[in-house]
Design a protein around this ligand. Structure first.
Ligand SMILES: Cc1ncc(COP(=O)(O)O)c(C=O)c1O
Length: 410
């Protein structure tokens, strides 16, 4: 019987840092100071230095970081915010919770990130979606590019568009702490960066936790107030804020883990490259060959019996980028078949994300339909993430590659 290979092994990581983590947690327990305090302040300063942000403010989750950024720029009912339909729900959930309307723009077939060319064509009123959504120009307030799976969106054209159309940029960097774009860190290019420390993230807490980076000092102060019920000083409420503080115990855990993050991200990057070369040796790998399935102009199709490997676009070293491989995600036509096969071989796998956001039941009111975002729809049928974590052993990587190979040649 094969031993299981999990998608992520948090036990292995905990055992490697247990002593330090336990000590840091006990310091908080000894202080009995659980709300804000030194452990939160120290962690905020450490992240600020790590990514080179202007201001870093802890909060309760990545979802709250997005909400706080949108609240800080006064997003209100009837406003519109541009984002990707191929992301975790929270990205568009934050927009919708404030009564605003998400404008979905399709993704690039190779990076899985929002396509700046399609953002421009929307804003210039040239795309089919622009004809359908009919958003008044003055109501479109921001763009939220999502740095999916650990690779940054193409930020230069996005920042140019934002400048031209007077839009804020909120980077959803929930999956991308430490990834870079032209030597600049995720969360330092736009007006805001939103990070999640959900336990399975590359920098994961032992519960929910998040952080928001802010470029402008005035907006940073507003986020600082908004996360504390909008009060400053205490009991004097300037805004209707929320209760979203980074838990002191989580901050103490995260401070330990941050010291190892570079090493872990580097190892994930090496593992991804090892997967790539082993898959290349199997002869299973296809390049894109023009899409009959989704009808998109970009060629995102490939033959049955082949796989497509994740591509480093902005994250390529020759682009001065770095991909932290939060996920190692391949594409295959019979994705559900492969998933079942890997399950039966006890190899962890997951589908991020099987249903793009524009066709989620709660967003039907926005009148998007199947067919609106062909690349996202195509990839949501074909993508599957394989085990990746720093402690993954080479023989386990071999076994995953063998299993995929065996499935395709069944
Ligand atoms: C792209 C993306 N955005 C937002 C979030 C929300 O973060 P959290 O789970 O910390 O609320 C996540 C993580 O789950 C995510 O992957």
């Amino acid at each position: 019987m094969n031993t299981p290979i999990p998608l992520l092994d948090l036990q292995a990581q905990y055992h490697s840092i247990k002593k330090e983590v336990d000590e840091n947690i006990h310091q908080v327990l000894d202080s009995q100071y659980f709300i804000m305090g030194d452990s939160v302040k120290n962690f905020e300063e450490e992240v600020n230095r790590y990514i080179g942000a202007n201001h870093s403010l802890g909060c309760a989750s990545g979802s709250d970081a997005l909400l706080l950024a949108l609240m800080a720029i006064d997003i209100e009912p009837g406003d519109y915010v541009i984002t990707s339909p191929f992301t975790f729900f929270a990205t568009a959930g934050a927009i919708s919770r404030l009564g605003a309307i998400p404008i979905f723009i399709d993704i690039e077939y190779d990076s899985f990130n929002i396509d700046p060319v399609k953002i421009r064509s929307f804003l210039e009123g040239k795309s089919e979606i622009a004809k359908k959504i009919k958003a008044p120009k003055e109501k479109i307030k921001a763009i939220i590019p999502v740095h999916l799976y650990g690779q940054m969106s193409d930020m230069n054209p996005i920042m140019d568009i934002a400048k031209e159309f007077n839009l804020y940029v909120i980077e959803d960097a929930a999956q991308s702490i430490g990834s870079t774009y032209q030597n600049r860190n995720a969360g330092t290019i736009g007006d805001f960066g939103c990070f999640s420390f959900f336990p399975s993230k590359n920098l994961g807490a032992y519960g929910d936790a998040g952080l928001i980076t802010v470029k402008d000092s005035r907006l940073a102060e507003k986020v600082d107030i908004l996360r504390l019920h909008g009060a400053k000083p205490k009991y004097h409420h300037k805004y209707v804020g929320i209760n979203s503080r980074l838990d002191a115990i989580q901050a103490a855990v995260l401070s330990v883990k941050l010291k190892y993050l570079n090493e872990w991200s580097q190892r994930r990057n090496e593992i991804a490259h090892l997967y790539n070369s082993l898959f290349q040796e199997t002869g299973l790998v296809s390049e894109y060959e023009g899409c009959s399935d989704c009808g998109s102009q970009s060629s995102c199709e490939f033959p049955d019996g082949k796989i497509v490997l994740p591509k480093e676009t902005t994250g390529a070293p020759e682009e001065n980028g770095f991909h932290i491989y939060h996920q190692y995600t391949i594409r295959i036509k019979n994705r559900d078949g492969l998933s079942e096969f890997l399950d039966s071989d006890k190899i962890g796998n997951a589908v991020y994300y099987p249903v793009p956001l524009h066709i989620q039941e709660c967003f039907l009111k926005f009148r998007y339909q199947l067919g609106d975002f062909p690349v996202s729809e195509c990839i949501s049928r074909q993508s599957i993430s394989l085990p990746i974590y720093p402690e993954l052993k080479e023989e386990e990587i071999d076994r995953v590659v063998d299993a995929v190979n065996k499935f395709v040649n069944l």
